[in-house]
Design a protein around this ligand. Sequence first.
Ligand SMILES: [Zn+2]
Length: 148
Amino acid sequence: MRCPSCGYQESKVVDSRSADDGASIRRRRECLQCGTRFTTYERLAENPILVIKADGSSEVFNREKLMRGLLIACAKRPITPEKIDGLITSIESELRSSQRNEIKSRDLGDLVLARLATLDDVAYIRFASVYKDFQNVEEFSEALKELG
Ligand SMILES: [Zn+2]
């Protein structure tokens, strides 16, 4: 957020409030160099991540949906919702830091599985059976082998 007066990069937020019915945040900022105050509007989820499904259709990456799937996979396992939340956050930040704005649902499943494998074998298998869409027993056995 460059200062419109002097172009300096850094400013501090002096006031924040939601605008556009919560779709964006209006911020009053003060330039750290010259003290000029200016207003920015920051859209929330400005760059939604698209999940491309096997049939080619797509949907916006949905934390809650992934959370529900993971809660089912982790049912009665020693994994706290906080851990699952952290797992989703780490996937989200990996996607954002790699500047990807779309991912195949299968690749997303792989990102989840890579993390679940370090947490809990049972949750891994449960999630894998749903998301990897196993075609046959061999494929499922391969996934089991990957567990080591
Ligand atoms: Zn300035």
